[in-house]
Design a protein around this ligand. Structure first.
Ligand SMILES: Nc1nc2c(ncn2[C@@H]2O[C@H](COP(=O)(O)OP(=O)(O)O)[C@@H](O)[C@H]2O)c(=O)[nH]1
Ligand SMILES: [Mg+2]
Ligand SMILES: [Zn+2]
Length: 312
C-alpha cells in the first residue's frame, strides 16, 4: 500500500517517517535512489515529504521524494560540487539575538539573514533576555526592530524570566517547521522549554561544554513542539561554509535588491559606481548604514563563514 509522510529523523540508512495519521514508520531507501539535478551525499533528509510502501518483510521503503520548497545544505569542502543537505521544507527560522550576556553582533545577524535569503527561509528576529535590558538597550531594540521590520523581517521581544512574548512565539510556531538559530547562550533552549516545558532541554553552560564534545552526527532531526516542529541541527561547526558568488549578495539584501538594475549602470554592484541609487539611499538614511556596511563587509570576505544553523 502506498503511504505518505514526513521524514523526522535519519541515520543515513534508516528514515523515521511520520504519516498523516501520526504513526512513525521506519523506512529504508531502495539501492539506486537518486534525485535528478542535485549531487548530494544524502538524497533524502529530515523534513522531506516522501511516498513509501510497506513490503512483506514489514519494512517501509521510500519510493518517492516530493518536490522540496527549500533546503539548507553545506558543501563538504570549499571547492566541492557535492553538497550535504541538512534539512528540507523549512517554513521559517527564528534568529535569537541578545544585546547582552552575550551581545550578538549586527554583522552576525546580517550574515544569517543573507544565508536565510539564499535558502529562501523567512526569518523572524527574536530579541531575547528582554528582562535584562536598561532603557538604552530597549531603545536600541526599538530602532533595530524598525529597521528590520521595514525590510521584511518580523521581530519579537521575549524573556524566559518574565514570560514576555512567549505566547506569541508559540502561536507563530503552530503548524510550522521552524529552525531556531543564534549564538550559544542567547537562550534557545530556555525559550523552547518555556514554550513546551515537557521537553526539558538542558540549559546553560553545562550543556554547552557537553555539546562541544559531541559533534558526532551531521543529521538533523525534527521534534514536535507547540503543534509544530522544530528542526534540530547538531554539529554546527561543520556547517560552516556557504559559498556565494559576490554578484549574488545584492540579491540577498531586500532593501538593496529593489534597486538592482535601476542604477545608472545596470550591472551596478552598489559599491562605488556613480549614479548608484543604493549609495544615494544610504546617504539619505533610507537604507540603514549598518546594513550597507555589512553588505560591503560580506562582499569583501573571500570565504563567507556563516555557521548559523545551530540548535542545542
Ligand atoms: N535573564 C535571562 N536569562 C535567560 C533568558 N533566556 C535564557 N537565559 C539564560 O541564558 C543562559 C543560556 O540559555 P540557553 O537556553 O542554554 O541558551 P542556548 O545556548 O541558546 O540554548 C542560561 O543561563 C539561561 O538561564 C532570559 O530571557 N532572561
Ligand atoms: Mg541550548
Ligand atoms: Zn547601484
Amino acid at each position: 500500500m502506498n503511504q505518505e509522510g514526513t521524514v523526522i529523523q535519519s541515520t543515513g540508512s534508516w528514515y523515521e517517517v511520520l504519516t498523516h495519521d501520526g504513526e512513525v514508520v521506519n523506512c529504508r531507501l531502495r539501492g539506486q535512489f537518486r534525485i535528478k539535478g542535485i549531487k548530494t551525499t544524502n538524497p533524502v533528509v529530515v523534513g522531506d515529504h516522501v511516498g513509501f510502501i510497506i513490503e512483506e518483510d514489514g519494512c517501509g521503503y521510500i519510493t518517492e521524494l516530493k518536490p522540496r520548497k527549500n533546503y539548507i545544505d553545506r558543501k563538504s569542502t570549499k571547492l566541492s560540487k557535492i553538497s550535504h543537505i541538512i534539512a528540507a521544507n523549512l517554513d521559517q527560522a527564528f534568529l535569537v539575538v541578545t544585546l547582552k550576556d552575550p551581545r550578538t553582533s549586527l554583522g552576525f545577524i546580517d550574515r544569517f539573514l543573507v544565508a536565510a535569503e539564499g535558502f529562501r527561509i523567512p526569518t523572524t528576529l527574536i530579541f531575547n533576555k528582554y528582562d535584562l535590558y536598561e532603557n538604552e538597550e530597549k531603545e536600541e531594540i526599538t530602532e533595530l526592530s524598525r529597521i528590520y521590520e521595514r525590510i521584511g523581517y518580523p521581530t519579537l521581544c521575549t524573556s524566559t524570566v518574565t514570560g514576555e512574548g512567549i505566547d506569541t512565539l508559540r502561536e507563530l510556531m503552530a503548524g510550522k517547521v521552524s529552525l531556531f538559530s543564534g549564538h550559544s547562550g542567547v537562550g534557545k533552549s530556555a525559550l523552547i522549554n518555556r514554550i513546551d516545558p515537557s521537553l526539558n532541554l538542558k540549559i546553560g553552560r553545562i550543556s554547552e561544554v557537553h555539546s562541544k564534545g559531541m559533534h558526532t552526527t551531521t543529521f538533523a532531526s525534527m521534534h514536535r513542539v507547540a503543534g509544530g516542529f522544530i528542526i534540530d541541527t547538531p554539529g554546527v561547526k561543520e556547517f560552516g561554509l556557504i559559498q556565494y558568488k559576490p554578484e549574488e549578495i545584492r540579491d540577498y539584501f531586500p532593501e538593496i535588491r529593489q534597486y538592482n538594475n535601476q542604477c545608472r549602470f545596470s550591472n551596478c554592484t552598489h559599491t562605488h559606481e556613480p549614479g548608484c541609487l543604493v549609495q544615494e539611499a544610504v546617504e539619505n538614511g533610507e537604507i540603514a548604514a549598518h546594513r550597507y556596511e555589512n553588505y560591503l563587509n560580506i562582499l569583501n570576505d573571500n570565504d563567507m563563514n556563516i555557521a548559523p544553523w545551530e540548535l542545542k
